[in-house]
Design a protein around this ligand. Structure first.
Ligand code: RFL
Ligand code: PHB
Length: 390
């Protein structure tokens, strides 16, 4: 097989990149390790920045998002028995976020890919990039017991944190920055009415909780659990009791509960790889960086990477100018580090760190009290939450 851009990974980053390239008349092939059903069964992000919404609109994949996505003009912070509202729209001169599941975005991107007759090879095993140091990159993979090869001009590794793209960089060419947190998020999805119209991020003595949603009949809740927590120990009843215990009474009293339809634990980690390319191999999305989910930035960063990378590729194919590709890593990393900073800050502010004791909690409460009482501090938070400009 021959194509212009070989893409590893059929998650949101890989699919969005292929869609943008297709609209610009550039051919790509996606190699995905899992089945389509598996990819579409993963429950992940729920909050989309305007930048991602605009990108989906520009490539005609926003029909359902525009009909079913819910625009949120604010977000709530709960602490010390209080709930404080952050008016995102008012503080940022009209910017908002849209609540629409990553699963739904991915589904719509797959449908668009089908409609354009694009190739996505699912269940592609042992995908391996070759020749990206020079001018003749290729990808090999195995499927149905046969070896296959895709010749391409460039390779985009959109294959997530555990992908093969980053691991293929020659030794010593990548610098990694990492921070792990001593806890994870236990998340459930339930067919219940969300407890509030907007999201609630709550700092509590027993640990952090987040009240989110996918629609008016589908709720998504998370509770902070120790890194070593076992999901088998978390019955639905235990989850709901713990969630209620960590919410201010005014919220807990109106919480609607029901059976979980999905339950999983996600570890929290901050990670950045630098640079994001080696020769003609480029990393985009979780392949190059991870943020803890507290600021809702992971999927949105994947989108801004794809924005910069697609600009570089389109520039190259239109005029032969490689400037955009050469500056991809630097441009993307400038925005990535700001989102890393914000996600780390929000994680440190909202979670219980057992080793910090009562003093740590009091300092967090003081910061939350200051933040929610200061227009300057609220504005800084709101600007970051709605997403910094590309
Ligand atoms: P993905 O989604 O991991 O997709 C990578 C794809 O590559 C495939 N793959 C391979 N294919 C071929 N060969 C290989 N060797 C391969 N190795 C891997 C995988 O099967 C997969 O299909 O990465 P991508 O596209 O970069 O997208 C990133 C986002 O998925 C991620 O950043 C977000 O989900 C993070 N995130 C959130 N982001 C937000 O912007 N807002 C949120 O509200 C938000 N909430 C979350 C989140 C992530 C969470 N978890 C579970 C980590 C909430 C949670 C709980
Ligand atoms: C979600 O709805 O899954 C979600 C929302 C906000 C976050 C993280 C996850 O910060």
């Amino acid at each position: 097989m021959k194509t212009q851009v070989g893409i590893i990974g059929g998650g949101p980053a890989g699919l969005l990149l292929s869609q943008i390239l297709h609209v610009a008349g550039i051919d790509s092939v996606i190699l995905e390790r899992q089945s389509r059903d598996y990819v579409l069964s993963r429950i992940r992000a729920g909050v989309l920045e305007q930048g991602l919404v605009d990108m989906l609109r520009a490539v005609d994949v926003a029909g359902r998002l525009d009909r079913e996505g819910e625009v949120h003009t604010g977000v709530n912070l709960a602490f010390d028995g209080r709930v404080e509202h952050i008016d995102l729209e008012g503080l940022t001169g009209g910017k908002t976020v849209t609540v629409f599941g990553q699963t739904e975005v991915t589904r719509d991107l797959y449908d668009a890919r089908d409609a354009m007759g694009g190739t996505v090879v699912h269940e592609a095993a042992d995908v391996t990039p070759h020749g990206f140091d020079g001018g003749t990159p290729s990808l090999t993979y195995r499927k149905d017991g046969m070896e296959h090869r895709v010749d391409c001009d460039f390779i985009a590794a959109c294959d997530g944190y555990h992908g093969v793209g980053r691991q293929s960089f020659p030794p010593g060419t990548i610098r990694e920055y990492e921070k792990t947190y001593p806890f994870g998020w236990l998340g459930i999805l339930s067919r219940t009415k969300p407890v509030d119209e907007e999201l609630i991020y709550a700092n509590h003595e027993r640990g952090f909780v987040l009240c989110s949603m996918r629609s008016q009949v589908l709720s998504r809740y998370y509770v902070q659990v120790p890194a070593a927590a076992d999901i088998a120990d978390w019955s639905d009843d235990r989850f709901w009791d713990e969630l209620r215990a960590r919410l201010p009474a005014s919220v807990a009293d109106v919480l609607e509960t029901g059976p979980s339809i999905e339950k999983s634990i996600a570890p929290l980690r901050s990670y950045v790889a630098e640079p994001l390319n080696h020769g003609r191999l480029f990393l985009a999305g979780d392949a190059g960086h991870i943020v803890p989910p507290t600021g809702a930035k992971g999927l949105n960063l994947a989108a801004s990477d794809v924005h910069y990378l697609s600009e570089g590729l389109i520039g190259y194919y239109r005029t032969g100018d490689e400037t955009g590709l050469k500056s991809y890593s630097e441009r993307a990393l400038r925005r990535i580090w700001k989102a890393e900073r914000f996600s780390w800050w929000m994680t440190m502010l909202m979670h219980r760190f057992p080793e910090e004791g009562g003093f740590g909690m009091k300092v967090q409460q003081a910061e939350l009290d200051y933040l929610t009482g200061s227009t300057a501090a609220k504005t800084a938070m709101a600007e970051n939450y709605v997403g910094l400009p590309y």
